[in-house]
Structure formats: structure tokens, C-alpha cells
Design a protein. Structure first.
Length: 424
């Protein structure tokens, strides 16, 4: 299995899902898994998991053949400032700082190992190319039956391993370029996504929403795609669902990247309507992203800054602390392939509001669902939950019970069936 991030070093739901799935697969007696990531940091939870850092694999063959390779490699070098969760304005700033004539040297150690930074940055495309070279070596030297890759950063690695080994390739789609950027997609990333989808023997989509995007935007045969929904890692909560400690303000929280995809502007507009109806409410917009400064300005222009907090990116423990003091959680995503954070909030015993335009909306029952653009309905839902204690407590209790049934062990069983199907 080739991944790009692994907790605690994550930037979104991809790393969380990768951890959950690998833990679930590790519990199966007839599945032996090696997870390859660009870099091992040393503080990962490796219980039951065999983790291999690409930077530890010596590579002496420094050329890999791709269809159209010359133009593709050249394009990677020019566009090396791209990162998978980058917004248009951030990309423009990065692009202006990178000369189109710049030449990059591939840095290796004396024993032929690549040096991976292990995060999303201006060298991402070069690292993706290097990662594919490592995958070629792994595909030649290790014994395995199936190759499993997660999202576009790992597709070249999966294709390289498949070409060398002849083993079947499973492509797992957690998000597409069309989710992240809407109509303003980057053709380089779309090209890599298309190549991976075509090369795949089987494709796992995290929702039917994602499945439909693959069919309509990439013309992928529906018979090739299987929908396998995500799950949530069990946590211990000390407080009873819905029973929040008395405090001055009711807290409504948002946790996610501050990008177009996640709908932070709609959260702010709904908050403005709630503030007109209720006193003593506090809204928390947690996360980083290319729209952060714009959202801070939006709150200021609406004259509601006193009712807002922007704590920035929160790690897992900080997110759990926020959940413990929250009265409502809102996920107003414009296009959300799944939305694991909604399950995490439900499991913490918080009433949850999600957009209809999310994969989680396809399976969750004990949540409030609204269209992301319908800020009036979103505000009304927040208002009712805050005012009606009985309804709030019931929604929190039933939501927690529902989320606790969605386990990665069950997801792993579904993925295992896919493995054995393509092997046979």
C-alpha cells in the first residue's frame, strides 16, 4: 500500500482514513500489509502495522518510463509549487516565485536513497516522481499480491509498481481535483488522476458522490468502481452525549481546511443570522487554508468578530477538546467525498449538521442535513438545536450510537473482498 501521509503528520481526512483502514486490515489473519510512505517521522503509532519509509529504500536506477514521459516530467518541474489542497490565490503566489527555466537536481544520499521532506510543499511534484522510482524498486524486489494506492500523489508509484510486478492495482479515491477546486481544476493533477483511474484494476470510491464524479468527469466504467464508505476511530468520551458543562456562551464549531471545498463562507453567513436571533453564542472556525484571511475579513465586514474565533489548525487532541465544549458541529461542505470529521463529532456526543453535498449524508440518519448554499435553513437548524434541550440531547445520543457502529474493521472486510476478487 502506498500512502502519502500518516498520523500524527496529516493535513486532512486522507491520513486519518489511511490509519483507520491499515489498522482494520492489520487485524485480519489472512492479510499481510506493508504501508509505504515518503518519510517516517518516528512518532507514528505502529501497533500492528509494518511501515516502510520511501527514503529508506536505495534506488540506483534513476529512470522510469511513462507514456508521454518527456512532456510530463517537464511539466512536473515547472509546476512544482502545487500542493493537493492549494487554492487558486495561493498557487498564483507560489507559481510567481518559481522560474519556468529552473532546473532541479535530484538529491540522494551516498547509498542511493532519496531525501523526502514528507509534506506538501513546493517540491511535491519532484517527490512524487522520486516516490515512483522507489515504488519501481519495491515492485521488483518485494513479494506481494496486490498494490493499493491512496489519491493522486501515489498514483505514479502504483502504476510503476504494477508495471514492474504485473500485480493488480487498487486505486482508492478519497477526493478528486473536482472536489477540491470545482471548475478551476489543474490539468496536471487531472491528468495524473485519469492515468491512475485507467490503470486501476479496481477503484474504491468513498461515496456514491465520488463514484458519480469519476464516471461523469473521467468517463470511468461503473463496473470498475466499488463504493466503500469510511468509518471512525473509537474514542473514549468522559462526558455524556448532549450534557455540556454550563458556560457563558453556546459554541458552534467548524473543523476543516479553510478552502472553497469546505464551505466556510456559508458557515459565516449562517452564523450572522443566528447571532441576530440569539445572544451568548460563539462560533469557532478551526483550520488553515487559502481562504483564511478572506474569511477573517468577511467576519469583520459583517461586524460579528466578537462572536468568532479562528484558532488555526488543530491536532487530534485539540480537536477532541473543541468537541467537548461544542454544542453544535457544522460541516457545510460544497463538495465533500465523505467527511470523517462529522463522524468524529457525532462520536463525541455533539449534534451535527452536514451538507447534502457530502458522502456522509448518504448513510447518516441522526444528523441534520441541509444544502450548503441554504444558509437560512442552516441557521434555523443551529437555532433550534441550541434552544431545544430535549431535541439537542436526543440528536446527540442517537448520533453517538450511530457513529459507534461505523467501524474500520468492517471497512477492512469490504476491502479484503476486493483484494481476493482481483487476485482470483
Amino acid at each position: 500500500m502506498f500512502g502519502w501521509e500518516f498520523p500524527p503528520h496529516i493535513s486532512g481526512g486522507l491520513g486519518t482514513a489511511c490509519l483507520g483502514l491499515t489498522k482494520g486490515l492489520a487485524g485480519l489473519n489472512d492479510v499481510e500489509l506493508t504501508l509505504v510512505v515518503p518519510k517516517i517521522w518516528g512518532d507514528e503509532d505502529l501497533t500492528g502495522i509494518r511501515l516502510l519509509g520511501a527514503g529508506e529504500v536505495p534506488v540506483f536506477q534513476k529512470q522510469i518510463k511513462f507514456e508521454n514521459s518527456e512532456s510530463k516530467v517537464q511539466y512536473y518541474e515547472v509546476q512544482s509549487g502545487l500542493i493537493p489542497y492549494l487554492g487558486t490565490s495561493e498557487f498564483s503566489e507560489l507559481k510567481s516565485s518559481v522560474s519556468s527555466g529552473e532546473k532541479r537536481l535530484i538529491e540522494t544520499t551516498v547509498d542511493g536513497k532519496f531525501i523526502f521532506k514528507g509534506f506538501y510543499g513546493q517540491t511535491l511534484f519532484q517527490e512524487i516522481e522520486n516516490y515512483a522510482l522507489v515504488a519501481e524498486t519495491i515492485g521488483r524486489e518485494l513479494e506481494f499480491d496486490v498494490i493499493h494506492v491512496h489519491d493522486w500523489m501515489t498514483f505514479p508509484a502504483g502504476i510503476a509498481a504494477k508495471r514492474i510486478s504485473g500485480k493488480p492495482l487498487v486505486v482508492h479515491i478519497h477526493s478528486t481535483e473536482f472536489d477540491r477546486c470545482g471548475k478551476n481544476v489543474n490539468p496536471a493533477i487531472c491528468s495524473i488522476e485519469k492515468e491512475g483511474l485507467v490503470a486501476a484494476d479496481k477503484i474504491i470510491a468513498v461515496s456514491n458522490l465520488t463514484r458519480n464524479i469519476l464516471v461523469s468527469n473521467y468517463n470511468i466504467d461503473t463496473k470498475k468502481i466499488v463504493t466503500v464508505y469510511n468509518a471512525v476511530k473509537p474514542i473514549e468520551t468522559k462526558k455524556a452525549p448532549g450534557k455540556k458543562k454550563a458556560k457563558k456562551n453556546k459554541i458552534i464549531s467548524f473543523v476543516g481546511r479553510i478552502t472553497m471545498q469546505k464551505g466556510p463562507a456559508y458557515f459565516i453567513d449562517a452564523a450572522c443570522l443566528v447571532i441576530q436571533k440569539q445572544k451568548n453564542v460563539q462560533f469557532v472556525l478551526a483550520g488553515n487554508g487559502d481562504l483564511l484571511n478572506e474569511m477573517i475579513d468577511r467576519v469583520a465586514s459583517l461586524n460579528i468578530s466578537k462572536s468568532f474565533r479562528f484558532p488555526g489548525f488543530l491536532n487530534e487532541s485539540e480537536v477532541n477538546e473543541l468537541f467537548q465544549i461544542s454544542d453544535v458541529f457544522v460541516m457545510p461542505s460544497v463538495s465533500e467525498p465523505f467527511g470523517i470529521v462529522s463522524l468524529e463529532a457525532m462520536q463525541a456526543g455533539i449534534p451535527v449538521i452536514i451538507s447534502e453535498q457530502s458522502g456522509a449524508a448518504e448513510i447518516l440518519q441522526n444528523v441534520v442535513k441541509v444544502d450548503y448554499w441554504d444558509v437560512e435553513s442552516m441557521a434555523d437548524a443551529i437555532d433550534v438545536i441550541l434552544k431545544d434541550d430535549e431535541y439537542r440531547n436526543k440528536l446527540a445520543l442517537l448520533g453517538k450510537e450511530e457513529a459507534e457502529k461505523l467501524r474500520w474493521e468492517n471497512v477492512a472486510l469490504n476491502v479484503r473482498e476486493i483484494y481476493f476478487e482481483i487476485i482470483s
